[in-house]
Write a new protein. Sequence first.
Length: 133
Amino acid sequence: HFNTVASVIGLLSLPLSYFWLYIGGSPNSVFYVSLFVSIVVQYACVKIMCETINTSLLDYSKIVIIPLCLLIVFTFWIGEIPKLFFRESFLRLFLTILLSSILVLTTSYFIVLNSSEKKLCGEYVKKIIRSKL
């Protein structure tokens, strides 16, 4: 059911794009149509998933969507810091990846994960450390 709905809605981008071009839209409008259809597919998938796990869309938003949006807001700009101090180089690339990874991991741990998920992550890290020693 899930894949069928996502596929059918996703396939709508082709006739919608064609129609948009037919009525005189610019070639770039195809990307906007595709973006719109992708958003509709995501909404449909979340709606089906909420029905499957017996939760409301509002509860899902509070538990998943809002923390992920906060993660994006807090971590989006970290990639700009190396640009302020370094010209284009592998060092700047390495620092951007390193800073982004550290910030995303720590922010995910403190903002996105609930207490049981934090406990599970802690146990997993302890298991990895024990296996290395």
